[in-house]
Structures are given as C-alpha cells and as structure tokens.
Design a protein around this ligand. Structure first.
Ligand SMILES: Nc1ncnc2c1ncn2[C@@H]1O[C@H](COP(=O)(O)OP(=O)(O)OP(=O)(O)O)[C@@H](O)[C@H]1O
Ligand SMILES: [Mg+2]
Length: 388
C-alpha cells in the first residue's frame, strides 16, 4: 500500500529545474492525497515557464510510478507569464525585457549585497534573471555569488554568462585577472559597459539586475544610454550623512529619466544572533521622508545580520541559503515590490532613453573627460580619455 509519507519521500528526490533543491524543500508541494494506488499531488511553483512545468510533471510521474502508483494526477499551479517590456529607444541588448540599475550615493553601503540577494530572490520567484556586475572598479559579485576563480566560457568572440543560484552572471572581475586593477577613462567605461551588454550571450531574460559602481558617473550614464533602464533602485544606510549622497543618486535617476522603483534602507537596525533582539545602530526609518520627496517608496529595511556578511564572503547568499532569516524574508518582499513596480512601469508605457542620447556630432566623443586622442589603460596624464 502506498502511504502519504512514501509519496513525500519520493518527491524529495524531485529537484526544482535549475536548482539542487527539491520541490519539497522549496515548500512547493501543497497537497498530497493517496487512495489505494491513486496518487494526487498538487504543486505550486514560482516559474511561469512551460518547460519547467513539463519537466516537473515528467519527473514527479516517473518517481511515483516507482512506488507502484497506477493513477497519478499532478496538478501544477504557476504564476501568469510576465508581461513584455514596452520600453523604447536605444537598446543594445534587446533580448532582455527589463533592466534594473542598482545605485548608491557612496561606497560600502551594501549595494552588491543587495543586488545579489534581489537577483536571486527574483529568480526564486520564477523570473528569468541576469546579474551584471558593472562595478568595473571593484567587482565583488563573483565572490558573493560563489563564482570566484571560475572562468567564463568563450564562444567565438562572445562570452557565456556563468550560472549561479538560478541566475546568469557576468562580471568584469571574471574577465580580468584576480586582484588586477584597471584605470578607467571615460570612453573605456562606455566601451566596457557596452561589451558587458552586447558581447555577453545573455538569454531572453525577464530582467537584468545591474550592480553599479558607487556614485553618479560615466558608468551610470553609459548604461542609461545603451539600454532603456526600466527602474532604478537606490541602496543607502540610514545615517543622515549617507542620505545626502542618496539624494544625489536619486536626482541622477531623474536626470537620466529612469523611474525610481524604490530605496533599500540597508543596515537598518541590528538583529543580535544570540537573542534575536533588534538594536538601532545607524538609525532606522530615516529614508522614508526621502522616498516621499522623490515620489517613491522604501522597498525594504534590511537589518544588519551577521548571516548577510557571511553569505557574501562565502558565496552563499542569505536569501537562498538561509531563507528562514529575517533579512532573507525582507529581500524576498523587496523583490516582489520591485517586480510590481516593473510591471506598473511597463503598463504605463515603459521607458524611453532617446532624450539622453549623446548630442555630439558623429565622430566626436561625448565622454566626460573631453579628450579625443588615443590612450591606453595605463597611460596617465594628458587629460585625454582614449576616445575617438
Ligand atoms: N544587512 C547587512 N548585514 C550585515 N552585513 C552586511 C549587510 N549589508 C552589507 N553587509 C556587508 O557589508 C560589506 C559591504 O557591502 P557591499 O560590498 O555589498 O557594499 P557595496 O555598496 O557594494 O560596496 P562598494 O561600494 O565597495 O561596491 C560587505 O562585507 C557585506 O557583506
Ligand atoms: Mg559593491
């Protein structure tokens, strides 16, 4: 006789496509019913992709047949297909439906940590997600995603993104030697950003989440000119001094015609691992007035939790590896809110980057250093940026 427990045990062997975790461990199995040799299984998945549903149906049926079930009913419920992007203007990576620029006014506020966890949360919610590390000065994403030391595959003159935690990943850090630094000049930044979009074999993604260098500079402008950025996310810490820089970052989104999806207030309080008590360190809730001023929302307040830092250092992001933590739950909520914003922006006609295209005549550089003669990565002085 087949028991409910035996069915559950078998379902623990069914891995969710693209992950090494079972549908039981993910909590996707909603109902199991057994009467004699008839087994009914209800699974609620986060992906809307038909191939995921088909693979799961095949895998579940095959496993339950091993138990001797004669009649197997598998009901799979899934979210509706994500809507297409309605954005216009220049797009050098048109197979990607939405682009999210994650920025911060200053360094070290947790931008890369937020980007990593948001990207994985979106993937766990069934979106096809890419993560681009556009922080050419200090690429940290390979370490945070557990891809440190791995070389991406080169196909012809293009590069395949690497896969980690259900997310396609590319970083300048994976393309240059470890620990090496490059001195970036205006036009080189433009070229690098373009290559990271155009010469990487990104799939047909629902969304590419992009970790920017801190501040408001050429990388941000280059990105916004190369693709229509659907939404901007600003990461900040709650101290008043950090908020001054955040204002600049939000102002930059407005200047670049990028709709602001919201602010992530990071390091907002501290959750003591021993007691679970929350302490106020840098302040808390200080970003709400700023969000209001820019007609946007606080996507989440993420507390300081040692698990977040450990996850970043060891390449095991907290949202995936410790989903029971408070921070993991808040990243999931932030991802849900972000996706709603993306849908809303598209429903209202999407974005257009036509107005921020360079206005200089063809052949003349629009880069910020204003130079026009040749230069190399290591050349110094002269004021020219190497653009032509
Ligand atoms: N909520 C948090 N709780 C605990 N540690 C955190 C949290 N957010 C970030 N950190 C840690 O703080 C450090 C800085 O974070 P991160 O590298 O993401 O910042 P960043 O803004 O991307 O910095 P940079 O400007 O240098 O790129 C990292 O060690 C990270 O693990
Ligand atoms: Mg960073």
């Amino acid at each position: 006789m087949i028991t409910r427990e035996a069915v559950e045990e078998k379902l623990k062997e069914v891995m969710y496509p693209g992950f090494t975790k079972s549908i039981v461990d993910f909590g996707f199995v909603k109902d199991i019913d057994v009467s004699d040799d008839h087994v009914y299984v209800e699974v609620d998945i986060s992906s809307s992709a038909p191939e995921v549903e088909q693979q799961l149906r095949d895998d579940i049926t095959a496993k339950l047949q091993l138990l001797g079930a004669q009649k197997i009913d598998v009901v799979i419920t899934k979210p509706k297909m994500p809507r297409e992007s309605s954005s216009k203007g220049k797009n050098i990576a048109p197979q990607i439906k939405n682009f999210v620029m994650v920025s911060s006014g200053k360094g070290g506020v947790g931008k890369s940590t937020t980007t990593t966890n948001l990207a994985i949360a979106l993937a766990m919610q069934g979106k096809k997600v890419g993560l681009l590390d556009a922080d050419i000065y200090g690429p940290n994403i390979p370490r945070m995603m557990g891809l440190e030391g791995q070389q991406p595959e080169v196909i012809g003159n293009k590069v395949k993104p690497m896969l980690s935690h259900g997310v396609e990943v590319m970083s300048m850090g994976s393309l240059m030697e470890e620990g090496q630094s490059l001195i970036w000049r205006g036009a080189m930044i433009m070229k690098a950003i373009q290559q990271l979009l155009q010469d990487i074999l990104w799939s047909d993604l629902d969304v590419l989440v992009i970790d920017m260098p801190p501040g408001t500079g050429d990388a941000q402008l280059s990105l916004a000119q190369s693709v229509p950025v659907t939404a901007g996310v600003c990461v900040t810490t709650p101290q008043k001094v950090a908020l001054d820089d955040t204002t600049r970052s939000l102002d930059m989104f407005e200047k670049l015609h990028i709709p602001i999806a919201g602010i992530v207030e990071n390091m907002s309080g501290f959750i003591c691992p021993d007691s679970g008590t929350e302490y106020d360190i840098f302040g808390k809730g200080t970003t709400a007035p700023l969000a209001e001023k820019f007609h946007t929302q606080v996507l989440s307040e993420i507390p300081i939790e040692p698990a977040v830092r450990e996850g970043g250092d060891t390449g095991k992001p907290v949202v995936f590896h410790q989903p029971e933590t408070e921070t993991a739950k808040r990243y999931q909520q932030a991802a849900t809110k972000l996706w709603h914003e993306i849908e809303r922006i598209n429903e209202e006609g999407g974005v257009d980057n036509e107005a921020i295209q360079p206005t200089t005549p063809p052949g003349v550089s629009a880069c910020s250093t204003g130079g026009s003669t040749g230069g190399t990565e290591n050349s110094s002085g002269g004021g020219s940026c190497g653009c032509s």
